[in-house]
Design a protein around this ligand. Structure first.
Ligand SMILES: Nc1nc2c(ncn2[C@@H]2O[C@H](COP(=O)(O)OP(=O)(O)OP(=O)(O)O)[C@@H](O)[C@H]2O)c(=O)[nH]1
Ligand SMILES: [Mg+2]
Length: 473
């Protein structure tokens, strides 16, 4: 299945200003993607949402404000001219039983962009303010409806490109990760309470009890840290750069992996001159394959070729995995070895011996240590094994083990800091150092873990995080 990139109305130049969010404004946004569609939705949240609806909606039979949570047919009418803009369905949902815990209105229009923009304009004129990216979700977080990990899951669910990514985001939205983090934080808080009690009553600490709690918390933190690689890869996918000497079959391999003649293939070395990339869903992982111009033939000084090679090296630097393509029908040469050396700088590397249809597979040797696969991009032989190898290398055997993994670098960084602080506290207590220092370490560990779920976050972090959301989310 081919994954198609999703676009969303993200605006980086217009980051969210927290004071505005906290001001109690009523916000409005187009919640459906740009372009023509069957229906489009304008969404409002805030204390004036019902009032705004009353200003511009003329109901047919039922008044949505009198019939909360029911879709009501009617027209959006421009109050200035009395002209109808569209026939719509509107729903009014009083707070706090809504996503944002505020009064929420949704107006289902016909899907055209023009109609949606006009309805939004009328909402703004009636007193609403244009929502910032992620502002509906931010309100849900600030009003205690969801925690921060769940808020991130909303974003991840919207942008998920594979079923593994969406399943993981849904579990996170339902609180699987949050529960796990809170349990661990609970053990740390219990240990802290033990230490603080000893400080308050000027007693010696019950070291065994505290150490047991901390050992448990550290085990769980280590498991969380370990889960991050799979969680992040399931969510973000991987970039896999295909490199090799000219003519070894890189573009043929790309086409075979994509099941689509995406790249030009000829028997002329140097056919591919620019990098070319395309994403696919490989067993639930979003993999972006990058085909590159042939490397290891640095003699040519054709400027286009030189630029192409520069791009190949750059693509390698940005790769999560390098597929090093080698021609199995001829001996390895210095050029192959030079490319292999470069490819080894990628975090993961897989050697692909191509063209096995031309003769018996060559003995591996010079590249021992790197996993290898033998294929023919021409006949398709070995391609399934290649796909399986890419997936298992990407997940490095962690596949499916973790139902509630950490899913971002932000989580990973927080969990690492929590682990470090918890270990420092336990070792400090064992070495008999001052209790107040151990207590400070434990508070640091709790704070770090609280960043994942949002118990301890600052406005800066929220601003940065929610800037990655779509408008209308
Ligand atoms: N017999 C055989 N020929 C192959 C195989 N894979 C590719 N070829 C042929 O090798 C030639 C080069 O293939 P490309 O896919 O263009 O190779 P490339 O590595 O992208 O080449 P450049 O873009 O020039 O660096 C073409 O004639 C392909 O048909 C294979 O598995 N077996
Ligand atoms: Mg090529």
């Amino acid at each position: 299945m081919r994954a198609s990139p999703r676009r969303c109305g993200r605006s980086e130049e217009d980051p969210l200003a927290l004071p505005e969010v906290l001001s109690g404004d009523t916000i409005a946004a187009i919640a459906t993607p740009a372009g023509a569609g069957g229906i489009g939705i304008v969404r409002l949240s805030g204390p004036q949402a019902g009032q705004v609806l009353r200003t511009l909606f003329r109901h047919s039979s039922r008044d949505p404000l009198q019939s909360p949570r029911r879709l009501c047919l009617g027209q959006v009418v421009d109050p200035a001219t009395g002209h109808a803009v569209d026939e719509v369905l509107a729903v009014y949902m009083p707070g706090p039983g809504t996503f944002t815990r505020e009064p929420v209105v949704e107006i289902d229009t016909h899907g055209g962009g023009l109609v949606l923009r006009e309805v939004l304009r009328l909402c703004l004129r009636a007193g609403a303010r244009a929502a910032q990216p992620g502002e509906f979700t931010l309100r849900a977080f600030l009003n205690g409806r969801i925690d921060l990990a769940q808020a991130e899951a909303v974003r991840d669910l919207v942008s998920a490109r594979t079923h593994l990514a969406s399943r993981q985001a849904l579990a996170q939205l339902e609180g699987a990760l949050s529960d796990r983090v809170r349990r661990t934080r609970g053990s740390l808080l219990d240990a802290l309470a033990g230490v603080e009690a000893a400080i308050d009553f000027d007693e010696t600490v019950d070291y065994d009890a505290v150490a047991e709690l901390l050992h448990g918390a550290e085990d769980e933190l280590r498991a969380l840290v370990k889960s991050a690689r799979e969680g992040i890869r399931r969510r973000e996918g991987l970039r896999v750069t295909i490199v090799g000497r000219p003519n070894v079959g890189k573009s043929s391999l790309l086409n075979s992996l994509l099941r689509n003649d995406r790249a030009i293939v000829t028997d002329i070395p140097g056919t591919t001159r620019d990098t070319l990339e395309e994403s696919v869903d490989l067993a639930g992982l979003a993999i972006t394959f990058v085909d590159t111009a042939g490397l290891g033939a640095e003699a040519g000084d054709d400027p286009v070729e030189r630029l192409g090679r520069e791009r190949s090296w750059r693509a390698l630097r940005g790769a999560d995995m390098a597929l090093l393509v080698l021609d199995a029908s001829r001996p390895l040469d210095d050029g192959d070895r030079a490319v292999a050396e470069g490819a080894a700088s990628a975090p993961l590397m897989l050697a692909v011996w191509n063209k096995i249809d031309l003769g018996p597979p060559r003995e591996p040797g010079p590249l021992a240590g790197c996993p290898e696969v033998h294929v023919s991009a021409l006949t398709g032989a070995g391609m399934e094994r290649l796909e399986a190898s890419i997936v298992s290398l990407a997940l490095q055997g962690d596949r499916g083990e973790d139902e509630a993994p950490l899913t971002s670098e932000r989580h990973l960084d927080a969990a690492r800091r929590a682990l470090e602080a918890a270990s420092a506290a336990r070792e400090g207590l064992a070495d008999g150092y001052r209790l107040d220092m151990a207590a400070e370490d434990l508070r640091g560990a709790c704070r770090a873990l609280g960043e994942i779920t949002g118990e301890s976050v600052d406005a800066d972090l929220l601003t940065r995080l929610f800037a990655t959301f779509c408008v209308g989310k």
